[in-house]
Design a protein around this ligand. Structure first.
Ligand code: S3P
Length: 417
């Protein structure tokens, strides 16, 4: 099986969430093109509407009308599987006088929310989580004051929640991150007229009006494209191009890793609005070598670790992914899922303290009962593993892929020759 041709993944999921949710705080009207059709992003659109916002589709174009902070005063919002929806909403609702209850599906109801609640409470919001720090999250929002916050963990969702509260808070809010995570919220706030600047590794934001641009075009999601790009690197005679991909440096590190592993990657920048984007070509490489991901690199590769782990099983030598504890609290425990499911196919993965160690190359073989654990990125990784093993794709709850990339299997089918 080889992959040839070109494809365009859905619009970037992180940027899609942000533009929809920011409309709750912003003024003006915006026509958004290439909004992601991922279930997660539709959950953000639904949340906007439940809060009284205006978000409607004309064909594939999303029309937003800013609510300018005039939100419905009481709402129960089911964020389904979407951690980004819940966490960014916490920051937005922290500054809104009203009472809001946020819940999710079985997976989201077991994910940590206390880390977001803590700084928002410091800013003046009343926020309660269930006793282990899980949802339901009850937000009683109100007047906020700025804080000076040093991030205890590299998380773009945490950073974004604080900045979204900060833009509504009196005084100055400063967020300092030791390790840089994706910066879409900061860039978008700046583009939408907010008083925000970067100062020696900190983001400093002041209370501001937010103005939606008339038009906003979302580049393709590199984290979704990564599965197909990595597949091309592993499947003999493949040669494909991912079109219109977001190339923000806080998101494109997996391409550097692939290149350092010996993959044949060519990047062509084609534009820089609203963020850099372009085309990525990947041609099959006969020889891939092991990789090392340091703790400092992890935040910029966080969503690509599952597919990089699969790539490591096909690469010569010992790959080490350092301190990957954050991966245990994603939509599933991704470390355990990779070890058990790729292990069933014959791969050799080991957990050593906080590190994931992979011995390659190994020949993957047919396995029965492959489990996705309802996690879209595990399901896509296993689907590509089945293609590498040249076996039928047979994975329990494979439909969860729609959380981020509804057309994934169709796209693979179209590229397969
Ligand atoms: C995201 C941030 C990351 C990432 C998630 C999307 C975002 O989560 O894994 O898929 O859009 O801000 P963390 O902030 O928990 O690292």
């Amino acid at each position: 099986m080889r992959l040839r041709g070109s494809f365009a993944p859905p619009g970037d999921k992180s940027i899609s969430h942000r533009v929809a949710l920011l409309s709750l705080l912003a003024k003006g009207k915006c026509a958004v093109s290439n909004y992601s059709d991922a279930q997660d992003c539709m959950d953000s659109v639904r949340a906007v509407k439940l809060l009284g916002g205006s978000a409607s589709f004309t064909g594939v174009k999303l029309n937003l009308v800013g609510s300018n902070r005039h939100l419905i005063k009481h709402a129960d919002i089911d964020c389904q599987n979407s951690g980004t929806t819940m966490r960014l909403l916490m920051g937005i609702l922290a500054g809104s006088k009203g009472q809001y209850v946020l819940t999710g599906d079985d997976s989201l109801m077991k994910r940590p929310m206390e880390r977001i609640a803590k700084p928002l409470v410091e800013m003046g919001a009343q926020i309660c989580c269930e006793e282990r720090g899980f949802p339901p999250v009850t937000v009683n929002g109100g007047s906020l004051v700025g804080i000076d916050y040093v991030m205890p963990v590299a998380s773009a969702q945490l950073k974004s929640a604080i900045l979204l509260a900060g833009v509504q808070a009196d005084g100055v809010t400063r967020v300092t991150e030791e390790v840089k995570s994706r910066d879409h919220t900061e860039l978008m706030l700046k583009q939408f007229g907010v008083d925000i600047l970067s100062e020696n590794g900190s983001w400093v934001v002041k209370k501001s009006d937010i103005e939606l641009p008339e038009f906003f075009n979302i580049p393709g999601d590199p984290s979704s494209a990564a599965f197909i790009i990595c597949a091309a690197a592993m499947l003999p005679k493949s040669d494909l191009v991912a079109q219109g991909i977001l190339l923000n440096v806080t998101r494109s590190k997996f391409l550097d890793k692939l290149t350092s592993m010996g993959a044949d990657i060519n990047i062509e920048f084609q534009g820089d609005s609203p963020e850099p984007w372009g085309a990525v070509r990947c041609v099959y490489s006969q020889r891939l070598s092991a990789c090392e991901v340091t703790a400092g690199e992890l935040p910029q590769l966080i969503d690509e670790i599952p597919i990089l782990a699969l790539l490591a099983t096909q690469s010569e030598g010992v790959s080490v992914f350092h301190q990957i504890g954050e991966l245990r609290i994603k939509e599933s425990d991704r470390v355990a899922a990779l070890v058990s499911e790729l292990g069933k196919m014959g791969a050799r993965l080991e957990i050593k303290d906080e590190d994931l160690v992979i011995y390659g190359p190994t020949t993957l073989k047919l396995a029965r009962n492959l489990q996705s654990f309802g996690d879209h990125r595990i399901a896509m990784t296993l689907a590509i593993a089945c293609m590498v093993a040249d076996t039928p794709i047979n994975i329990e709850n494979i439909d969860c892929i729609a959380v981020s990339f509804p057309n994934f299997l169709t796209t693979l089918g179209e590229l397969s020759q």
